[in-house]
Each structure stands twice: as C-alpha cells, then as structure tokens.
Write a protein that binds this ligand. Structure first.
Ligand SMILES: Nc1ncnc2c1ncn2[C@@H]1O[C@H](COP(=O)(O)OP(=O)(O)OP(=O)(O)O)[C@@H](O)[C@H]1O
Ligand SMILES: [Mg+2]
Length: 415
C-alpha cells in the first residue's frame, strides 16, 4: 500500500470515519447518561444506599442476574450519583469498586480496599489477617461511611480454599466505634448463594436486587439510545438494529452481546467501505463475535480443564450420544497418565465440569437414573475443531489431541 493510501486510512479514522461519529459510545466501559429499562433497579439501589449521605448505616446488598444485564453499570451509575450528591452537600462518603475476579487473590482485594482509604500496603508479603487489621484501623480512624462494591464476588469464594475474607468483611462493623462499611456484592452465578456460608449469606443478602435478562424490545431501546450519537446519521439501518437486539435476546438478554454485535457489524461495513450498516453485516458480526468468544474462553483454560475438554471430545469422536460424568472421569484419568500429569479427584473434576458448563464450552444436563441416583450427561458446547485449533499450540496437551484412549475404545466396542 502506498504512503498516501495509508495516510488516507489514518485521516478517515481521525475524522471519525464515514460510519462512526464516535465509536467510544459503544465501548463496554462507556457510561451513558441514561440507562433504559433499569429504572427499578436504580431506584432500589438508590434508596438502600441513600442513608450513607447522612452517615447512617446502610444494609448490605446483593445484586445478581445473568451476564450483560446491567449489574455493573447500574451499580457504578448509582454510586457515581451518590458521590456527586455527597460532594454537593459537603458530606464525607468513601466508595470503592473492586472486581474480585480481576483482582485475582483475596490479598489483592483487601489491599485495594486499604489503598482506597489512603493506606499504603505492600503488594505482597503480609498475611491477609494483618491486612484486615490495617483495614479496620483505617476505617476506624477515618470514621466515615464506606461503600464497597465487590463485583464478581463469586470469584472470591470459588477460588479460595476458605471464604473467611467475606466472613470477616461482613463482621467488621461489629468492632468499629466510628465509621462503618456497607457491602454491595454482585454476581452473575445464580447458584453462587449455595456455596456461601449461611452467616455470610444472611448478612450480605440483607437486600437483594435482581437483574432480569433484557427482552429484545428492551435491547432495541438500549442500542437505539447508544447508537444515536455513535453513528453518522442515516448510516444505521433499522433492520440491522432490530436484528442485533433479537440475536442478543435469543442468547440470554445480554446487552454486552448486543453492543458487540452492533460495533462489530459497523466495523465490518466500514472496512468494506460501505456507507450503511445492514443485516448482512450483523450476521457476519455474529459469527465473528461467537468465534472470538470461543477462542478467548479456550485460550484462558488451565491445564486440567483442557485435559477434561479433550476427554469429552475424544468420547464424542467415537460415539454419538452424550457421555456421563463417570466416563469422562475415566478418560480424563487415562489422559493424565498419558501426559504424566497427576489427576485431580473426582470431586474437583466435577467442580471444573461445572465451571466449563457455566462458560458455555461444555453443556451438562443432569439426568436421573431412578433409584440409582443422578449423573450428568455432558457434551461439547463448542466445535471440536475450535478445541483442536486452540490447544494444538499448547505443548502440554498437544499430544493428547491425537491420543486414542483405551477406555474410549472399550466404550465403543461395548455399544
Ligand atoms: N440499561 C442499559 N443502558 C445502556 N447500556 C447498558 C444497559 N445495560 C447494560 N448496558 C451495557 O451493556 C454492557 C454490559 O452491562 P454490565 O457490564 O453492567 O453487565 P453485567 O450485568 O455486569 O454483566 P456481567 O455479569 O457479565 O459482569 C455494558 O457495556 C453496559 O454499558
Ligand atoms: Mg459486571
């Protein structure tokens, strides 16, 4: 490409291009001025948290709902308004937002909280208990209202061997004579509550706010509002917008998915130099978004989850019906032996299978065998060739992709 051609590409982007006026409006982290169809949740959160303005103790709150239903954006929106109001009236109010999954460890969650109260703590090296003491003393000496959002809070519980951090956090107020902490937990795992210590659950769930999946019409309104200033006028075809909403609603009412479809469709139109974003671009975008989702999910899997997924794939290669958990475990153990990896217990493997199911890379369905109890039927949730493509670059498991486990062959001959 000539220098001039390249220059033209850059110039077009600088001027916003022919399709977008401001593509940032479609970014996930962009905070829109209004959040359609979340009035009820905004009001609920607002009224639960409002007493913090006068330093009165607020109830802890637990927000849950499937992915992309607006939990994070609504919570940030309400906290932002609350802080503005506090500033306007000269009230002391501290808030902190931590994404527990991204923070990675209990240590980092609590270290983040200390820092947001102005206490410097080392990046590693202290015991979590020591950090908690420092956090308590920071709260006590500050003596203010402190609202803490623990987003993706399930990561805290599922990851660590003990969920004492949450327990300690829900107990902190008992030891403070001045100031207090209010917790806002957010999760998209609807079964998460089953994992919680009942004492933590009763404290955290003083108030609950549910986020239902968006319907197609609701997604349409959300997209329409965000698209209004994101695109040049006349560029976005009405049918394309409707299709983005319908496809995302068909999935599970996920606004993130709807936004992704719209942005990617527009980028496809832009790259092919078309001046209108139409339904065919949305269809193409859907394939790309799905492909990216699968690739990302697979590439982030740890070793044992990879071996498990390969086990399911090997079973599926040899027979048409779904496999039950026991078969998968048998093949998994054999693959571990072939790869000289110490296998995990069946209990741990069941946990991993659940996670893979939640991520959508596996589909597990509970089936009952009458008085013989229950088991799960398991199938791949993604295409086998995506698994092969993604794992063939991983030296630890590459060999297992072509390894034919004896237990699979035995199952096959017994059919
Ligand atoms: N009512 C709304 N109006 C405008 N944008 C919205 C609305 N609801 C969600 N969004 C947008 O959709 C995306 C997903 O929303 P959000 O991040 O709040 O989902 P979530 O419920 O926290 O999902 P997860 O459980 O995966 O974290 C964000 O980019 C957000 O800006
Ligand atoms: Mg979120």
């Amino acid at each position: 490409m000539s220098q001039q051609g390249l220059d033209l590409i850059f110039e077009r982007v600088l001027s916003g291009g022919e399709v977008f006026r401001d593509r940032n409006l479609l970014r996930h982290d962009y905070m829109p001025a209004t959040l359609p169809h979340r009035g009820e949740q905004i009001r609920r959160l607002g009224s639960v948290l409002a007493p913090a303005l006068t330093k009165d103790r607020v109830s802890n709150l637990f927000a849950y709902g499937k992915t992309g239903t607006g939990k994070t954006i609504v919570t940030k929106f309400v906290l932002d308004r609350l802080q503005r109001k506090a500033r306007e009236h000269g009230r002391a109010l501290d808030t902190s937002y931590v994404n527990c999954r991204l923070a990675g460890t209990n240590y980092r969650v609590i270290a983040d909280l200390c820092r947001s109260l102005g206490r410097e703590v080392p990046f590693t090296g202290l015991a979590v208990g020591e950090l908690l003491d420092r956090f308590r003393s920071a709260l006590q000496s500050r003596g203010s209202a402190f609202l803490v959002v623990l987003d993706e809070i399930d990561a805290l519980v599922k990851r660590s061997e003990d969920d004492s951090l949450l327990y300690e956090l829900t107990r902190i107020n008992e030891k403070l004579t001045d100031g207090w902490i209010g917790l806002i937990g957010i999760s998209n795992d609807l079964h998460f509550k089953d994992f919680l210590d009942p004492r933590v659950l009763s404290s955290l769930g003083e108030e609950e706010v549910v986020f239902k999946p968006y319907t197609s019409d609701e997604l349409y309104d959300i997209l329409k509002e965000r698209a209004e200033f994101a695109f040049r006028s006349g560029v976005l075809d009405e049918g394309a917008l409707r299709l983005c909403a319908a496809l995302a609603a068909g999935e599970h009412g996920d606004a993130r998915r709807a936004l992704d479809l719209l942005r990617v469709a527009a980028e496809i139109a832009e790259r092919s130099r078309e001046l209108k974003v139409e339904e065919n671009h949305v269809r193409e975008a859907q394939q790309k978004v799905e492909h990216d989702r699968v690739t990302e999910a697979l590439s982030s899997l740890p070793l044992h989850s990879r071996i498990l997924l390969i086990s399911v794939m090997q079973l599926e290669n040899t027979r048409r019906e779904s496999s039950v958990t026991g078969d998968v475990y048998e093949v998994y153990r054999e693959l571990c032996a072939a790869g000289s990896v110490e296998p995990l217990t069946q209990r741990r493997v069941s946990g991993l299978l659940n996670e893979l199911d939640i991520m959508g890379v596996l589909n597990a369905r509970v089936v009952s065998f009458g008085r013989y109890g229950r088991t799960k039927k398991i199938r791949l949730g993604v295409e086998a060739r995506s698994v092969t493509a993604s794992f063939s670059g991983d030296e630890m498991v590459r060999g297992l992709l072509s390894y034919a486990p004896r237990s699979v062959l035995r199952h096959q001959t017994s059919l």
